[in-house]
Design a protein around this ligand. Structure first.
Ligand code: GFB
Length: 309
């Protein structure tokens, strides 16, 4: 990518989009284009087409999506399916119509079958039934991958798809009903410590296993792949190691200094038992994650505290 190339980052206010913008700016890219939701509603097909026709970016990163943790995915099933389908369809189709040649679409590890062998290889896509709690989101993301593949196949576009594992980092969502597990545990541990509680409630059994990638590492991988001119099939982005939710909770309370006990609320869903990414494709392209979990948790906690004011 030329340092003066016009690069549109869709979703720049979110955790992932803001990390990509930060990474691009650090690397000296001078023409990064962003639009707030007020300036450009990505659900509005006409507006997205007009924006794309006017801007004609050289590169696009699609980090805009309706996202959330296990509960939000499970409850707001219609919004997760509809909004994600429309956002990605508007952006990918408008990019093609405007003649944009290079685009990166960000998906999620939940696109893989619930009971796929571990670690999850890219080839396992569409080999079995999905995890029910996030099936709508996964179906929308799979449609996005297939849309990119179709434009590549039919029109010679270079629209690549990357599948990040579970993410955390700066600008995360700390709303306990909508957030992912890691920000939820940071908030719960912080508040429990402040109140002097003796117990912290963790959802589910604590036995599911998850892999956690710091969002700035993800952004680094995304920019790296674009800079390399990577033009192949979808690529997993993760660390290659996972922990149980119980181990995660133990790490969070240790980093934050909460001294009480963990309790497990079995009335909440566990979701998929395990989703560890096979990151060998990414490693063969020369990229590996850097931020270790306790260090990343400490950085996310600093950001959480800073935003509390
Ligand atoms: O991060 P999370 O919400 O999403 O939950 P998924 C991961 C695991 O942590 C589940 C447990 O087993 C939860 O039951 N957990 C424990 C908690 N305590 C909490 C808590 O306080 N809050 C939350 N949220 N979880 C999402 C998908 O699945 O992962 C999305 O729904 C997306 O589609 C995303 O793919 C990456 O890892 O289960």
């Amino acid at each position: 990518m030329n340092k003066s190339a016009k690069i549109f980052v869709a979703g720049h206010r979110g955790m992932v989009g803001s990390a990509i913008v930060r990474r691009l700016q650090q690397a000296g890219y001078t023409h990064v284009v962003t639009r707030s939701r007020k300036e450009l509603d990505l659900l509005d097909q006409k507006a997205v087409h007009a924006f794309m026709a006017e801007q004609k970016p050289d590169y696009i990163f699609i980090a805009a999506a309706k996202v959330g943790g296990i509960q939000a995915n499970n409850v707001y099933r219609a919004e997760f399916l509809y909004q994600n389908l429309v956002i990605e369809a508007n952006l990918i189709n408008a990019a093609h119509e405007a003649g944009v040649q290079r685009l990166m679409f960000l998906g999620s590890s939940c696109i893989y079958p619930k009971l796929a062998p571990q670690p999850l290889k890219e080839d396992y896509l569409l080999t079995g039934p999905l995890e029910p709690t996030n099936e709508p989101y996964a179906i929308a993301k799979i449609a996005g991958i297939k849309l990119c593949e179709a434009y590549n196949h039919q029109y010679g576009r270079q629209y690549i798809s990357v599948m990040p594992t579970n993410l955390y980092g700066l600008n995360d969502n700390y709303d306990l009903n909508a957030s992912h597990v890691l920000p939820a545990l940071i908030r719960k541990a912080h508040e429990a410590k402040q109140r002097g509680d003796t117990e912290l409630v963790v959802w589910g059994s604590g036995t599911p296993m998850r892999e956690f990638l710091y969002a700035d590492d993800l952004a680094d991988a995304c920019v790296y792949l674009m800079e390399q001119g990577y033009d192949g099939p979808l690529v997993n982005i993760g660390t290659g190691t996972d922990v149980t939710i119980k181990e995660l909770a133990e790490t969070v309370v240790k980093v934050l200094g909460f001294k009480g006990q963990l309790a497990f609320d079995a009335s909440k869903p566990d979701g998929t038992p395990r989703k560890l990414m096979d990151v060998s494709r990414l490693a063969s392209l020369g990229w590996t994650a850097k931020t270790r979990l306790p260090e990343g948790i400490a950085l996310a906690y600093q950001d959480f505290l800073a935003k509390l004011g």
